[in-house]
Design a protein around this ligand. Sequence first.
Ligand SMILES: [Zn+2]
Length: 499
Amino acid sequence: MNKTYRALPYQHFANKGKLKIIDNLFYFYRQDAQRIFNYIWHKFLRIRTILNQKENLKECKVILSERYKYNIYTYVVYPTYLSFLENAKDYIVGLITKSTLNDNDKLILYILNRRGLWLNPPNELEVSKDNQVITLSVNQEHKKLIKKLFHRYLATHRLPEFKNTPLIGDGKIMEFQKSKKSKHFEYWIRLSTNIKNKPIYIPIKETEYYKLKDGKDTSIFQFVKDDLGNIQLKRIKEINAKENNGDNVLSLDFGLANLFATDKGDLLGRRFYDKVKEYADKIDKLQRNLQRQGIKPKESKRYIKLSFKLKEFVKNEIRRIINKLIRRYNPSIIVVENLKNFIQNVINQFPKTVKRTLIRIGRKEIKNKLNDISQEYGIQVIEINPAYSSQACSNCGYIDRENRKSQSEFECRLCGKRVHADVNASRNILKRFEERVHLHSMKQALSWQVRKFLENLTTKRYKCLWSKARSLLVSNVYFANHSSLTQGIDGYKRNKCLY
Ligand SMILES: [Zn+2]
């Protein structure tokens, strides 16, 4: 069973004075995180090998105590450092794949990259293949290339910053204590501060949500500061990934009228965009007012509050709906359209200011939520290229711009199938998944869809549509480059009619 760790809400009752101390602590904590990161980053560049978690930080100077130093390193800096390098691996794989190198060179670069040997590539690589260990030699050219690729990553990606990091720690700096005296509070945290021997004691309480989540308590807590500057407490729980026995596939389409449509015909989040629009209009109006007064949005409390509310709304809605779908269908695989596309299509209708927020939080939230569920329930999430999925008929496969009558209506010009446009699209996405096709471009998607349709037509089921199809195809731009294929259909038809 997989183990995952989740930060779940906990309640704290710090008074104003203590909040001020925590706020101060945030400042030092984040500065130290940056210092520690810089320290290990320089060390990494110097020794040219990925550091491990048990790193000696004696030489690294920080503001807070030694205990803080190792806590910050373990819970914040090291994980960030690793994920920055993992990200490098993904990025470099893409560059290798796109390159024109031969297969052998690519293989060697893939292995060097996977093992993180960008800066100190060895002369030989040992690889196990069919239970045998074989040795591949790495030449000067490989070494130069892999270094270059890594430097390309560094040139295009900013090094991590810790301006917004939460304050995470275990018992060494935030000790969980059971109350001996107080009648009001059962639990406390003893939080070490930037002043030696001056810890503060914060009363805390378990939340319902924390209690209900199945899992094992840890002694790791975190303080988080939200956009409004409020300080919240979370406790890390070890969650057991739930078994998922269903082998259902659920396909989701993101639409304008409804946030989500499924291949099963659900339309969810009908009021989502209305509500977002409401916020958007308010924010837009306020921003124009501020501009007139020469006030920057960042300096306006009302502006910050409104954008915060919008973010919270988007987050909660997405979570609520996805949870509902999981309860309803218990899927083991969720197929979604490429999120980048969704964001572009959907968000373009909002004012610029809100567009940016939505791009940032909408995509991130959907991704986060899908990530969460895939970890928690073991559900696989697969992204599919949705190009042309809104114009193709999920029944007969006929693709035509005119098939989509309006934002919500789909009516196939060929077979006459009528269905909600988003449901139709989600069914097409499901088909692409079922056939395991990987469509990398618009062009590929179109030609696959066209081919699929022509294949369908040759089956008996659609025999009655042949003559109608022929007349429609003549004026359909999508089939202009496929005249030979359509002639093929004619040929096929003739043959078929012979017997
Ligand atoms: Zn159709």
